[in-house]
Unconditional design. Structure first.
Length: 113
């Protein structure tokens, strides 16, 4: 395996782990929110409804790899792009997931106070 392929595999693994963790955690919040009976923020509703779409993150890493052009006379950057996408997407999505999952709790705390 070349260094470029190793970066691709690592990027795909990072995105896959993030997607799996999100898909394991989100259903537990879904049960809690069903018992609340309150209107959920749009971000939370979107997350609960579309969490399985996050399993496509490794495909996005592969797409980034495939779409990165090879420039003659310059080092191949495909592996670096795949790594940045594979690590960068979870770094952006995980905080959004945390915010989306806790928004209803913050909203209820504001109403009660």
């Amino acid at each position: 395996m070349t260094g470029q392929h190793a970066l691709l595999v690592f990027g795909m693994l990072c995105s896959l782990v993030a997607a799996i963790v999100v898909n394991l955690v989100v259903p537990q919040f879904d049960e809690v929110y069903r018992n609340f009976g309150a209107e959920l923020p749009w971000l939370t509703r979107a997350l609960l409804a579309g969490r399985s779409l996050l399993l496509a993150l490794p495909a996005l890493v592969l797409l980034a790899w495939w779409l990165t052009p090879a420039v003659p006379g310059r080092p191949n950057r495909r592996g670096l792009v795949a790594l940045l996408v594979g690590v960068g997407l979870p770094l952006v999505l995980v905080p959004l997931v945390v915010i989306g999952l806790y928004l209803p709790i913050f909203g209820m705390a504001g109403v009660g106070g």
